[in-house]
Ligand binder design. Structure first.
Ligand code: PEP
Ligand code: MN
Length: 345
């Protein structure tokens, strides 16, 4: 992969700088590689220079007529589409994420017991769904709520995976449990609450498993892409973004699903982007419409919560589809994907 590794800088000239001095700086920047550009700035010349070698700052600040040289934060250079014009595509558990198809990930919010997980996995496999979600370690708002089965939940995931062949997506809450989760999961999920847990991101950057990075509860696009940049810059190129709704003034649903971020992410980044209509709305009645909307918006797939008996779910029952609802939605998805010429995966 070809990436730019230099620094982006701004050269601020003295107000009294001469045309010759400005030209000399422009000449030097050009000689170092990337063409400079002059930033409009009243009464003063400011030169923007991208991808300069790290010695450029020192060099340029000593030139006549230069007031100061500022380093521009590198932003999300590895995540950006500029660094990687082709969309990233990842092979995982016999399916593909990114690059034009629509990948389905589905399953319960939490792994509750082996029977419900096996039942769900069989249901999904029968419909050609290759990836099942299910949390063993749950980030709950209340310490009194069900926290997940932990390592026992992981063992259940491992057994159901062995029996059915389905791929597993599960959340990793802390760096300590990464090895155990890596041993079972095909995709490691970073939850909304952990999006800015930088020590966890640094650890996951050393994993050879794809990371599903959910958008933080109130994260801007830039904060989200910068979190992804931690993973890529640390060595893990397999990052899948997941929009799961953000907190706004609107209180008619659990979150505000920001579907409009999908085309923006796709313009700015080469990483695949999924949509989670379950957490995005918090209401199973809204999930089918928002799933179809995600397909229409051009998302690379969805992650949907599914439970054999949502009324008895230990977490997120109100936003989980039951098998019947899921089957109905799957049929609609097939029809719509067919009409759009998009492959359902
Ligand atoms: C989940 O997927 O079950 C979950 C906890 O999601 P989020 O981190 O988006 O809240
Ligand atoms: Mn959930």
């Amino acid at each position: 992969m070809e990436v730019s590794r230099g620094e982006d800088i701004l050269v601020v000239m003295n107000r009294a700088a001469t045309v010759t001095q400005v030209d000399a700086v422009l000449e030097r920047v050009r000689a170092l590689g990337v063409a400079p550009c002059i930033v409009p700035s009243p009464g003063q010349t400011v030169i923007s220079a991208a991808d300069q070698p790290i010695t450029a700052c020192d060099h340029l600040s000593k030139m006549p007529g230069v007031a100061e040289v500022l380093r521009v934060p590198p932003a999300y250079r590895l995540v950006s589409r500029e660094s990687h014009p082709n969309s990233s595509v990842f092979r995982v558990a016999g399916t593909t994420i990114g690059g034009g198809g629509f990948t389905l990930i589905s399953g319960p919010c939490s792994v509750e017991n082996e029977e419900m997980l096996l039942q769900t996995a069989n249901f999904l496999v029968a419909r050609g769904v290759r990836l099942m979600r299910g949390g063993a370690f749950k980030p709950r708002t209340s310490p009194y709520s069900f926290q997940g089965l932990g390592l026992d939940g992981l063992e259940i995931l491992a057994r159901v995976k062995r029996q059915t062949g389905i791929g597993v997506v599960t959340e990793v809450l802390d760096a300590e449990t990464v090895p155990q989760i890596e041993a079972v999961a095909d995709v490691l999920q970073v939850g909304a609450r952990s999006m800015q847990n930088y020590s966890l991101l640094r650890r996951l950057a050393r994993s050879n498993k794809p990371i599903l990075l959910k958008r933080g509860l109130a994260a801007t696009l830039e904060e989200w892409l910068m979190a992804a940049e931690y993973l890529l810059s640390g060595g893990n190129q397999q990052v899948i973004l997941c929009e799961r709704g953000v907190r706004t003034f609107a209180d008619h649903l659990r979150n505000t699903l920001d579907l409009a971020i999908v085309p923006v992410v796709q313009r700015l980044s080469h990483l695949p982007i999924l949509v989670d209509p379950s957490h995005g709305t918090g209401d199973a009645r809204c999930v089918p419409a928002m799933t179809l909307a995600a397909l229409a918006a051009g998302a690379d797939g969805v992650m949907i919560e599914l439970h054999p008996d949502p009324a008895r779910a230990l977490s997120d029952g109100p936003q989980s589809l039951d098998f019947e609802g899921y089957a109905r939605l799957h049929k609609q998805l097939n029809a719509m994907a067919g009409a759009l010429g998009i492959e359902l995966r």
